[in-house]
Write a new protein. Structure first.
Length: 435
């Protein structure tokens, strides 16, 4: 790591903590003053502005030559929002900090990626501090806490602004560097880049969805401790993910961490330690998904960062919507268990191509969910073995077609579909007999 890039990453990481802390401070300071119903609207407004606008801002950041102006605008909006929050003007304050937050994130993501040549370690460190910032902002949601955060943020912003304006003369060189990966891309992967981006977006969406819907048996008296622990583990996972992936390879690390995520999710009702482990391993994927997204959109790191960020409220929103439905959690567990089994079958067959493993995940969402919703609504299917076999044959036919789209080999596609479905079906029957 070069001294200059390390300095930039360090400053942006500290600013990330303070920016998220400022936003959380404003939200939690204003919410009690406007009532429960309006508080919900305030949270929705903030998340919509802070996350869903990032793809638009990211595209803008990619197009400008002097990113220091973007950084200045983001700091101005955040400071203005803090002042409006102190003056108890809630919606204007949240609009200002939400837009400032979105601008800062895409600026930071773009700057770190460009100046480090898309180094996963730097990306992970940059995004890690936000989790701590949210806790700090919530715990110190007061005028004194707000003033302190703004003061420190502006002091660090001045240092970074001076450093960035001094280096803008070499931005064309940096932009060329941003098109290069820290790890060379295989030629076979280049052709599938649009599909790779879609798969990465799906992973981020699922990550956010699971984080919201996954049940955690925590007593109300332990909620603060649990929240603090999850923030620390999220920070650790994001910080370490890039280093681990750098050592063992991005795809190897991503595959293992996603498998561990599924296992921890299935075991989380058994003990709280599995729920905490779930937080750690799922956040290990963060820097890897950022790196892969930048790989798929070279030179457009702001847009790729923004697209991934926009998936977060969508996943969380769907998870929050489904928490009131009794069927949601059982369906999630069955889906995750099936995905886990079938990916392990493919790995046992020495199938390591990301396109095939990704298709396995996608096809399970397309076939497993409708099938289990059907069985849930028509329990008599359980009593009819011919009906079960008929439905499984339909699933095998669909999955054979989907595997063939990737493999271009009918025999192998059919064998994968048969082996994966037979294994998951038989293990499911065995589990239902034991339990």
């Amino acid at each position: 790591m070069q001294k200059g890039t390390l300095s930039t990453t360090s400053l942006l990481t500290c600013l990330h903590l303070l920016v998220d802390g400022l936003c959380a401070c404003c939200v939690f300071m204003l919410a009690p003053r406007i009532g429960a119903e309006n508080s919900l609207l305030l949270f929705v407004l903030y998340n919509a502005l802070a996350f869903l606008t990032q793809p638009l801002f990211g595209q803008y950041v990619d197009s400008v030559a002097k990113r220091s102006k973007v950084f200045g605008i983001s700091m101005a909006l955040l400071t203005l929002g803090g002042c409006l929050a102190a003056a108890s003007i809630p919606y204007a304050a949240i609009t200002s900090v939400g837009l400032g937050n979105a601008l800062f994130h895409v600026y930071g993501g773009k700057t770190v990626a460009v100046q480090t040549g898309n180094d996963m370690r730097h990306l992970g460190i940059f995004v890690s501090s936000g989790a701590i910032g949210l806790v700090v902002g919530e715990q110190y949601a007061s005028l004194g806490g707000l003033a302190f955060i703004v003061l420190v943020m502006l002091s660090l912003a001045a240092l970074l602004f001076l450093q960035e304006t001094a280096t803008e003369a070499v931005i064309p060189c940096m932009r060329q560097l941003s098109r290069l990966s820290a790890t060379p891309r295989p030629a076979s992967a280049v052709a599938g880049m649009p599909y790779l981006l879609l798969f990465i977006l799906l992973i981020v969406f699922i990550r956010a969805f699971i984080g919201k819907l996954a049940p955690h048996a925590v007593h109300s008296s332990s909620l603060i401790l649990f929240g603090t622990l999850t923030s620390i583990l999220a920070f650790a996972g994001k910080s370490l993910g890039g280093f681990i992936a750098r050592k063992f390879g991005a795809w190897n690390t991503l595959t293992v961490t996603l498998l561990l995520t599924g296992a921890c999710l299935l075991l989380s009702p058994q003990h709280l330690s599995f729920a905490l482990a779930l937080v750690l391993v799922i956040n290990l994927t963060m820097p890897i998904t950022l790196w892969l997204a930048n790989q798929s959109l070279p030179g457009r790191e702001g847009l790729s960062f923004g697209l991934l960020a926009a998936m977060l409220p969508l996943g969380v929103g769907l998870g929050a919507t489904l928490t009131g439905y009794a069927i949601a959690t059982p369906l999630l567990y069955v889906l995750v268990a099936t995905m886990l089994i079938e990916v392990l079958v493919l790995l046992a067959l020495r199938e390591y191509r990301w396109q095939v493993l990704a298709m396995s995940v996608v096809m399970n969402i397309l076939t497993n969910l409708p099938l289990n919703i059907l069985v849930y609504n028509y329990p008599q299917i359980h009593a009819s073995l011919p009906m079960q076999i008929g439905l499984e044959c339909c699933v095998v036919a669909i999955e054979t077609m989907l595997y063939w789209m990737v493999l271009k080999d009918k025999r192998k596609a059919f064998s994968y579909a048969i082996l994966c479905n037979a294994t998951s079906y038989l293990l499911g029957m065995l589990y239902s007999m034991i339990c």
